[in-house]
Design a protein around this ligand. Structure first.
Ligand SMILES: [Zn+2]
Length: 153
């Protein structure tokens, strides 16, 4: 997972920076609902390799692993100093519905970040689910291609 992240950023950091309005200034991981591990295993894995300060996102106890929809008050984040110049890069190890990453992006913007990028390293798909079929068809050939990112397509 670490190799995938570093390879992706090596190839596509400029793509992300172009959409963010500049290179990411901070990094934050979508907190896990399953465990209360601090730091998050993904943050622990990455450490200081991105040479960016980490932001902490605190989840509301109101929502748990069963929550599958966007929630405005799911996360609380405090941005340091001049929040208007902070461009957070959200990292998520698994995308299921996107509700957690989107709720965290909302919280970061509400705290003052003018733009936010989300980088997802994995995707959870139920092949038997009808809504998954277009995505499965789209990634069929080639199965995996790191040469172009979603921004370039
Ligand atoms: Zn790219």
């Amino acid at each position: 997972m670490l190799a995938l992240l570093l390879l992706f950023l090596h190839r596509h950091l400029d793509c992300v920076a172009g959409r963010l309005g500049g290179a990411p200034t901070h990094v934050v991981v979508v907190p896990s609902t399953r465990g209360k591990a601090h730091p998050h295993p993904l943050q622990d894995l990455i450490g200081d390799r991105l040479r960016l300060p980490w932001l902490a996102a605190l989840p509301s106890p109101r929502y748990g692993s069963e929550t599958r929809t966007f929630q405005r008050d799911w996360f609380t984040v405090q941005l340091p100093g001049q929040s208007g110049s902070i461009r957070p890069l959200i990292l998520d190890d698994t995308w299921t519905t996107g509700s957690r990453a989107q709720s965290l992006a909302y919280a970061l913007k509400k705290a003052g970040a003018p733009s936010v990028a989300v980088l997802v390293l994995g995707r959870h798909i139920r092949p038997e689910h009808a809504a998954s079929q277009p995505l499965l068809k789209a990634i069929e050939d080639p199965m995996f291609d790191l040469s172009a990112c979603a921004i370039e397509r």
